[in-house]
Write a protein that binds this ligand. Sequence first.
Ligand code: PLP
Length: 395
Amino acid sequence: MTRPGRHFLQIPGPTNVPDRVLRAMDLPTIDHRGPDFARLTLDILEALRPVFQTRGPVVIFPSSGTGACEAALMNTLSPGDRILIMETGWFSHIAWRHQAEKIGLQVDYAPGTWRRGASPEEVEERLRADQAHAIKAVVVVHNETSTGVTSRIGDVRRAMNSARHPALLIVDTISSLASIDYRHDEWEVDVTVAGSQKGLMLPPGLGFNAMSEKARAAGKKATMPRSYWDWEAILKNNAAGFYPYTPATNLLYGLREALAMLQEEGLANVFRRHQRHAEAARAAVRAWGLEIVCEDPREYSGSLTAIFTPEGHDADRLRGIILEKFDMSLGTGLGKLAGKAFRIGHLGSFNDLMLAGTLAGVEMGLRLAGVPHRSGGVVAALDVLSAPVAEPVMS
Ligand code: PLP
């Protein structure tokens, strides 16, 4: 059905792809073994590092985020290795536990409530108890997309150091990279996993791994079979600007443009913009009298807000009405939050009026769906959005 105006894609990724990125991809595909392609690769790899806040290498896979999660495990571990995964929500389960078990790893799954981030204290306790250093890696989802909870990775790293445990730290930043402050080097992360379709403002189709020296050294000893995902083969080819197989050329054109946009805005400003939109979204939720899934204000997500609907009111019915009436897609409740919660994505290429429109759609939807709430959420958000903002940080 043709619908006037733009669809509001307010799921927490894939996000709205800016016209500038769409236009950048609308170019002829070139020879991926020719000189123009080599320049493209080398420019992109250079511009990517600051986004991960690393000086080390980043590899790009033509893959979904799940592929990049598998690549992190395949490149650093051996069959039967024990790893610790902190339960944060659906993605710690499906992208990590489920996948790790399928490829033959032994998983210690530290239970969580889906309302809080990974507990640094629990990481420390479990690692201290592992005197034999049987745990080879700790996996944490930085921003749990199913719950809107952001784990404190710096504190997790401090906990690992204080336990004096050599496990690798693997972090999933699929819904936080280029939206929420994330520091691969400073937090001594060994593998950072990311995807193209959220903060990077691209369509789905690229997966990323940034890795530490320690991760590469572990990889040289690790015996998990790997071919397509093999970092070393990619890094060797990347040195000259190439790939061991056909890369996703047109997505890479888009990535070059998206990286330029991030650089022009300045990462610090990008993070601030996300925080401000998240704060305005939470102001709306509180004014509606609804409950935010994230329980700890220190862990509020800058990229999405997950909201419970009151008992007896199906969140998917609300989403259905909003889609039908206002042509807006909101995130569904995943796993045990199915039907109980919905998610507002406010990440990527996103501005104040897009948020205002999004919240207006939610408020009208709540009314139409007969979900008990107070009106005034949009007004509360507008108060946040119209408050004076700090001067942008110049890079
Ligand atoms: N991890 C997190 C935190 C995610 O948000 C997602 C997807 O939304 C994934 C993993 C899986 O990524 P993909 O769906 O691109 O395979």
